[in-house]
Design a protein around this ligand. Structure first.
Ligand SMILES: [Mg+2]
Ligand SMILES: [Zn+2]
Length: 185
């Protein structure tokens, strides 16, 4: 079985621009390429897991995400000679504007459905994998899936809503520190 790093997109891997699908506005977070390269070289499979309620709310069509993911990998290749191995997203929202996406689902973080599906499809050992994110909903999804978790404490979490699954294994100030903590150096 493979060990994976599950990584949140907005505010973790790339700078958060709400509901953005404009390729020109995509910027990697500091040292994202270097951090992911180190994790990849250590044998971790890299899986992006992102809530994309912008699709549910009609901000951009689902088909545009493919280009966003391609752009992210292009930037990662340029910066760190590394790529995300798999991309998973939840297009749903319970109060979606578009009926097609309006439903309670188990893939929207803080629920762990995306991680569980990715684990099944890619033979991932969840207990020896990590979820990295910038808010406690990411931490909860990772903990519910049985992974270790890292909160990137960069100011994006503002509510700090407590809960049984909302304590991260570790807290890091950025992606490179997170990678170093995972690799114990
Ligand atoms: Mg985020
Ligand atoms: Zn969903």
């Amino acid at each position: 079985m493979r060990q994976a790093i599950f990584i949140d997109k907005d505010g973790t891997l790339i700078t958060d621009v709400p509901y953005n699908a404009d390729l020109e506005k995509i910027r990697l977070e500091h040292a994202a390429g270097a951090a992911l390269k180190r994790l990849h070289d250590a044998g971790y499979y890299l899986i992006l897991v992102t809530n994309q309620a912008g699709i549910a709310h009609g901000k951009f069509p689902e088909g545009m995400l493919c280009g966003v993911f391609k752009r992210i990998n292009q930037l990662l290749l340029e910066e760190g000679q590394v790529e995300i191995d798999r991309f998973y997203y939840c297009p749903h929202h319970p109060e979606a504007k578009l009926k097609k996406y309006r439903k309670p689902c188990d893939c929207r973080k803080p629920l762990p459905g995306m991680l569980q599906q990715a684990a099944l499809e890619n033979n991932i050992d969840l207990a020896n994998s990590w979820m990295i994110g910038d808010i406690l909903d990411d931490v909860e999804a990772g903990n519910r899936a049985g992974c270790h978790t890292i909160l990137i404490d960069n100011g994006n979490e503002t509510k700090w809503e407590p809960g049984a699954y909302r304590n991260p294994t570790l807290v890091a100030n950025g992606l490179l520190t997170a990678a170093e903590m995972i690799l114990h150096d």
